[in-house]
Design a binder for this molecule. Structure first.
Ligand code: NAP
Length: 515
């Protein structure tokens, strides 16, 4: 069986100590072992900082953009194989796997384009120069320069390809080397991507390090001008926030964590209209895509109180058509959750919701298609409803990271806003309405609790990609429970990996520097 090692200090390393086994979540068959015990982490950090950092900083934006483009193309060329690995190790249907793998190559290509436009410079302007004295030549100019450290990128299990691509694209374009640590349980896809980049000599020496396997003492090595970008659960995030380097050295840290995203149906939307159907399409897609294991998935569905029954029935009808099983079977439209631990977590979360709401859908005794009897980490699409969610707590406090959502009634727009905000800060919520005044009220009422709002009306409902898709043009991240992070958003995404410095001096010098 394949043993996944780490790539550090310019070479592959397979630990000879304790190993962990990665499973196929549909069959529970082993797919690979993983071990990095014994890896010299201190040397890996030093090599990345010194060799990788120097290489990247010597390159212009246009040159770094070529690296991103080559990485994007290499991933795209290997697409079929990566899709198979995502099915084997992540339980992804082909559609789910494409969402992840194409997300990675697409995001790298997007940043390659931005880098090409920045051209042959190494310093990025932040706004315009400001005249500082009477004469016109003495000015202040804010600029971004690359941080002289390493970007430690820790990712969650659900997006092994995109999670790498979205962080690496910004770090490399900004001029920082990366050390990536994929989640152990689904590391097969991320490992293959690194193999590709190394085999084809795509990234400069030292610009990429892969640390496979449990974190161990990994975070003991961060400090100084390093940055830490984390995606995962809020408990792990809380531990990272308390790291000595974060506390005493002001280590820059970005957290993408749990999120109780909402969809809000406006009272003006008529049953059976195009907008109504778009709303149902988005909600049911988010419940089932990647078996609900998307940080952006809709968990709470707010609808006018007198529409709870209609919406619940219409959603249940769609969800009953979902075929759950081994994603290797062509007929299957939803796979398992990724691990046995996730299965336990999701089931426990469903029990918590069930204690406070009406169970609409979610037959525990269902039979997954094409999976060996009694095997696999399957959860059926699960739906709850409540006409009076005011007294419910769990639905606003606990993220069930699986194919599960709750339909919640609201009395008036203010009630919907209050209800959504009970989630404590989210990555994204979506609003469905043709009423401009209502949409504006929702945008104002919900904006500060979100990283992104998707406002869909009848004119664009056939064009939108839905709230669950993270596009590199817009920022990704959310306040409060969602971690307080911010990634992507075009060139904004480079700021985290750069240092902003105010330069004061001769206008023409800065013009030349930034040309
Ligand atoms: P997790 O258990 O927190 O793990 C996330 C990552 O942290 C994994 O790579 C894990 O490695 C690593 N890790 C665990 N302990 C660590 C330590 N002591 N030091 C350093 N790294 C450590 O989360 P998960 O179960 O993989 O992901 C699910 C959660 O992620 C969900 O709550 C979801 O909402 C959230 N998520 C958020 C976003 C977003 O963009 N906001 C995106 C996707 C997922 P091991 O795998 O080796 O334990």
């Amino acid at each position: 069986m394949k043993v996944l090692g780490s790539y550090a200090s310019g070479e592959w390393f397979v630990g000879n100590g304790k190993r962990q086994t990665l499973l196929n979540p549909a069959t529970e068959e082993p797919v690979a072992d993983i071990s990095s015990e014994g890896l010299d982490l201190a040397a890996a950090f030093t090599f990345a900082r010194e060799v990788g950092g120097a290489e990247l900083r010597s390159m212009t934006f246009a040159h770094r953009a070529e690296v991103l483009l080559a990485a994007s193309r290499a991933i795209h060329k290997e697409r079929e194989h990566l899709l198979d690995l995502a099915t084997e190790n992540g339980g992804n249907t082909r559609g789910d796997a494409k969402f992840d793998v194409d997300g990675a190559s697409g995001t790298l290509a997007f940043y390659a384009n931005l880098g090409k436009e920045l051209g042959n410079k190494k310093v990025l302007a932040d706004g315009d120069a400001a005249q500082l004295s009477r004469g016109p030549r003495f000015v202040g100019q804010h600029v971004f320069v690359p941080r002289r450290g390493v970007a430690l990128l820790i990712n969650a299990f659900n997006f092994p390809a995109w999670g790498f691509g979205e962080k690496a694209a910004c770090a490399w374009l900004a001029g920082m080397p990366i050390i990536m640590k994929p989640a152990t349980s689904t590391a097969l896809v991320a490992t293959r991507i690194v193999e590709l980049l190394v085999e084809q000599n795509i990234v400069p020496k030292g610009a990429i390090t892969l640390l496979n396997g449990p974190a161990g003492s990994l975070t003991d090595h961060v400090g100084g001008e390093d940055v830490l970008s984390f995606t995962g659960g809020s408990k792990t995030a809380a531990m990272l926030r308390a790291l000595p380097a974060v506390v005493s050295q002001s280590l820059r840290i970005n957290i993408e964590a749990d999120s109780l995203n909402a969809a809000v149906l406006g009272a003006d939307v008529e049953v059976g209209s195009d907008l109504w159907n778009a709303f149902l399409r988005d909600v049911s897609r988010d419940i089932t895509q990647k078996a609900g294991q998307k940080c952006t998935a809709i968990r709470r569905v707010f609808v006018p109180k007198d529409r709870v029954a209609d919406v619940t029935e219409a959603l249940a009808e769609r969800l009953r058509e979902v075929i759950v099983g081994n994603p290797k079977e062509d007929s299957v439209t939803m796979g398992p959750v990724a691990t046995a631990a996730q299965l336990v977590d999701v089931r426990a979360g469903i029990e918590r919701l069930a204690a406070e709401a009406t169970y609409v859908l979610g037959d525990k005794a269902f039979q997954p298609v094409g999976a060996p009897a009694g095997k696999g980490f399957f959860v059926p699409p699960t739906l709850f409803s409540s006409e009076d969610p005011g007294k419910q707590n769990a639905v606003h406090a606990h993220e069930v990271f699986g194919p599960c959502a709750s339909v919640l009634g609201y009395e008036n727009p203010e009630g919907a806003i209050t209800g959504v905000r009970r989630g404590g800060g989210a990555l994204v919520s979506s609003i469905y309405s043709d009423d401009r005044a209502l949409s504006t009220e929702f945008a104002l009422g919900l904006g500060s609790a979100h990283g992104r709002l998707v406002i869909t009306n009848a004119k664009i409902c056939e064009q939108t990609v839905g709230p669950g898709t993270v596009l590199p043009h817009s920022i990704h991240g959310g306040p409060g429970r969602a971690g307080g992070g911010e990634e992507l958003g075009g060139l904004r995404g480079l700021a985290f990996y750069s240092h902003r410095v105010a330069l004061q001096g001769d206008r023409t010098l800065f013009e030349a520097m930034l040309a």
